[in-house]
Design a protein around this ligand. Sequence first.
Ligand code: SF4
Length: 402
Amino acid sequence: MNKTAVYYTVQEKPRQNKERISLFNFLCFEDYMPWADPSRYLERILVEESCLADDYCQAIVRRAALPWTVFSSEEAEPPPLARDTATAWNTAKKTLALRHYQGRFFKPCPGTKEYRCCGYQVLATGFNCPMDCAYCILQAYLNQPWTSVFINISDLLAELSLAFDSGQPMRVGSGEFSDSLALDSLTQLSRILIPFFAGHNNAVLELKTKSAVVDNLADLEHHGHTVVAWSLNSPEIMRRHELRSATLEQRLTAARRCADWGYRLAFHFDPLIFHPGWHEGYRQTIHALFKAVPAERIAWISLGALRFLPPLKEIATARFPQSTIYRHEFINGLDGKRRYFRPRRVELYQFIYQELQKFVSPATCIYFCMESDEIWRQVMGFSPEERGGLAAMLDRAAFPAL
Ligand code: SF4
């Protein structure tokens, strides 16, 4: 094996990893292994003292069957991670912190006025996840990136109830600061959130993931108020830049199972990334998608080209020295993020949009995440305003009965 290609060493733990074959594996481009359930990567748990008596917390510790230690609630944060960023992140990915969250669980997605924003509401159920995407924006956001799960779920539900009392239609997603299902085999949070949303006619929950952890969703009464979503990319990007994620086939098999259980689905082609063979790669993914799931079950599909806060490039390049995704020309967008030049973005979008058009149901809302009216017109031939605005377009997709 080419030693320069090694990212870090992963010690296999005895827990549910029976299907894994070696004691030590080296995760690198040449040695990719899919992880249908990324929670198996965890090696230890930190429990905030004030959460110790909580049934939800105890159930997670029991299911994980990992070594665990307690940290003082007075510290408000788990103990600091290593100073060097790469070590801190690598440790954080293997360590689950069960914490009491003091902030607001529920807030509008921080879109910017310069680009068309979809009016999404973000639900924080934890931070970070055991997968490791070279482009993960959290690398530029989190100073102490412990993989965290918030234990005070009753506070979270109370905040949601208050917000839903307004009667306004709300699309809510828990995949902004973490992956919605990566830890679900341990937390079983889906079994709390899905029935809760089923009881609110004006709310739809989007669970967004790169895993294949859907067993908990099988027998739930969702009443159409949960949409299960997968981030998709070309097989090459998934293999090289989304460590410990599920393969395309695993994601689509999980999506098909959810469709069979009556859930509506969504897919996010985000971030779209230029790479050798990108036309064929994205075509392959789109064809596989529509072969695997019924088109009419797809509520929405988003497209977003790679964009990132400037500090991310340095952090991600240090952590993923083999990654080529930042070796392109970028401009500074109006929102302060770096993006491909507009003609390059249009090239990506036109290709993907045309491929999607071959299969997509007329009821599916295809939209851009954070793009200008000019891009909308150039690629789709209309601007969101001509159809009532992007938020209204997505509300119609989320609440077809309204
Ligand atoms: S799955 Fe999401 S939260 Fe996890 S590393 Fe990838 S982008 Fe970040």
